[in-house]
Design a protein around this ligand. Structure first.
Ligand code: UDP
Ligand code: MG
Length: 315
């Protein structure tokens, strides 16, 4: 078995040598083959120079260098793409994650899990209202929507079997949803409590604004999971409701006029009617467009909307 450790690096020149030292100490003890893939995400400090010199003396340290900053999800994605290991471990490069947790993650993979996610249980102990509460609410919400129960989606420290990551393209803030993706495709997912250390060098790149991006991404993946191969049911469904509301308010305003209760200009109903009918028609048309796009997506790339686990008696 070979382990690939993937770490995204953005302005971490002081942390990188420490991280690599810690990783080597832990990985050497595991007596498995390993590689460390550091993805320099367009750092503005001398992180790349530091990585270059580390890689010079050690062929197990591999470096991918981005032209410009693309965010941690893209950095992780690029690292995962080039990984050769059977097990892929992702870890922060700012030393907030503890490499000493890696053996525990690997053990869970040995037990038969496909994804092992870290849970930073003691994070934000001192900032309850500002950080802990939003994080608890967001994680609870993501659990509800995705149907898999994890406490800490945002923790980068995770271990994956290689197969789980095949054909997963990551966009936006989506790295945190890999366990959900994997779960939807039948993977066994678990979590373990991991150590969370304070950042000493450098500063965090993200604030509370990330929560909104995460929620938007959540809508996208939920849509992709449920309606990717039948978008018309989604758009058309809402479209029909809208058309229905439009028809009801139209009929009502007509009745009002005929019985002489209220003229068209005396109620907002005709305006509602026009609005909802237009929106309804738009949504149905959008559904048709989405169907065409979806077919192009699957058929142009030979993709199948299902995954076959096994077949019997086929030649
Ligand atoms: N990171 C990155 N690209 C970015 C921002 C961050 O590769 O644009 C890396 C960063 O070096 C660190 C990890 O992603 O290893 C997590 O970033 P950060 O510590 O800023 O986030 P937080 O821990 O506050 O969630
Ligand atoms: Mg951090």
């Amino acid at each position: 078995m070979k382990i690939s450790v993937v770490t995204p690096v953005y302005n971490e020149s002081k942390n990188i040598p420490i991280l690599v030292g810690e990783l080597e100490a832990v990985l050497n003890k595991l007596t498995l083959q390993y590689e460390i893939i550091a993805v320099n995400d367009g750092s503005k400090d001398d992180s790349f120079t530091v990585l270059q010199s580390l890689a010079k003396d050690n062929s197990r340290i591999k470096v991918i260098n981005f032209q410009v900053n693309k965010g941690q999800t893209s950095a992780l994605s690029a690292g995962i793409e080039s990984a050769e290991g059977d097990v892929i471990i992702t870890i922060d490069s700012d030393l907030e994650n503890d490499p000493n947790d890696i053996p525990k993650l690997v053990e869970k993979i040995h037990e038969g899990f496909d994804v092992v996610s870290g849970w930073r249980k003691d994070r934000w102990k001192k900032q309850f209202i500002k950080r802990k509460l939003p994080s608890v609410v967001a994680n609870w919400f993501i659990s509800k929507i995705t149907g898999i129960k994890l406490h800490d989606y945002g923790c980068i420290l995770k271990a994956y079997k290689k197969e789980v990551l095949e054909n997963t393209n990551l966009y936006g803030e989506m790295h945190r949803f890999i366990p959900a993706y994997a779960f939807w495709r039948g993977a066994k997912v678990t979590e373990i409590v991991v150590n969370q250390r304070p950042r000493i060098h450098g500063k965090s790149n993200y604030g509370i604004g990330r929560t909104f991006k995460v929620l938007l991404d959540l809508i996208v993946i939920k849509f992709l999971d449920k309606y990717m191969n039948r978008p018309m049911h989604f758009f058309g469904g809402i479209g029909f409701i809208s058309l229905g509301v439009g028809a009801i308010s139209g009929t009502l305003s007509l009745i009002f006029k005929i019985v002489g209760y209220k003229d068209f200009v005396q109620t907002p109903l005709p305006v509602f009617s026009a609005l909802f009918v237009i929106v309804g028609v738009q949504l149905v048309v959008m559904g048709i467009l989405a169907e065409i796009l979806m077919r192009t997506y699957y058929e142009s790339q030979g993709k199948k909307p299902y995954i076959i686990k096994s077949k019997i008696n086929f030649k």
